[in-house]
Design a protein around this ligand. Structure first.
Ligand code: ATP
Length: 216
């Protein structure tokens, strides 16, 4: 099985996440993509972060109806901070090594990969799938990506990269929807509509639970 792991704070999940994951899945021929909300993301202040159970519930609602999309509460259940390396070990042991893992992330995250706990080990245990915005040309994110490529020993092989462990790195130019969770939280705080930026069920959930009312 080819399994995608897509982690994030999902505060809340939005159509940008969903569309990118769908295109990554298609491009890499993934059987399943697990959306994995972080309990406490190591790289983000917890200020304005909705409780994990709400973010998990919204991810469940947002991915409903796509038979390739699954939701994992592995990070939410784990105590302490959420580290990707622990999640990779969890999936490797729960699938008893019968699965190939593909870690999905945006170009912004890939450029910062070096700062992640046991980053090198991550690149030795999982393939990486990095979806990029078409606009990411010679800009800052691209410089970061180049540095990361070098740092982790990837070399080019056809239209993807491979590292000494044999794991791959593929850049996927997805249809980039310029939506962010920050934008959504700001709109809610400003009493503006978030319809058509998040799945309808997610918008209903946010309203029903009065989430992000005072968010920044
Ligand atoms: P925030 O605005 O709160 O920082 P976010 O919208 O960037 O949140 P995260 O949950 O932090 O969402 O991101 C999870 C993953 O989704 C990251 O790998 C990020 O690069 C990616 N991502 C975020 N927004 C988009 C988007 N519009 N299109 C594609 N990928 C995205």
């Amino acid at each position: 099985m080819r399994i995608g792991l897509f982690g994030g704070s999902f505060n809340p999940i939005h159509l940008g996440h969903l569309r990118a994951a769908e295109e990554d899945r298609e491009t890499l021929g993934l059987d399943l993509v697990y959306f994995i909300p972080a309990a406490s993301p190591p790289h983000k202040p917890s200020d304005g972060l909705a409780p994990a159970e709400h973010r998990l519930a919204m991810v469940r609602l947002g991915t409903k109806g796509n038979r390739h999309f699954m939701v994992s509460d592995a990070e939410v259940r784990r105590s302490g901070r959420s580290y990707t390396i622990d999640t990779i070990h969890y999936f490797l042991s729960s699938t008893r090594g019968h699965s190939e893992l593909f870690l999905i992330m945006g170009g912004d995250q890939f450029a910062e990969l070096e700062t992640w706990k046991e980053a090198e080990e991550i690149t030795r245990l999982a393939n990486l799938v990095v979806h990029t915005r078409p606009a990411e040309g010679a800009g800052g994110a691209d410089q970061g990506a180049l540095a990361a490529l070098k740092r982790f020993g990837y070399s080019r092989l056809e239209d993807y990269f491979v590292n000494p462990s044999g794991h791959t790195l593929t850049f996927v130019a997805t249809t980039f929807l310029p939506v962010s969770a920050t934008l959504i939280r700001r709109k809610i705080a400003a009493h503006q509509s978030i319809r058509y930026l998040v799945p309808g069920d997610v918008a209903d959930y946010i309203e029903r639970h009065a989430l992000y009312q005072g968010a920044r």
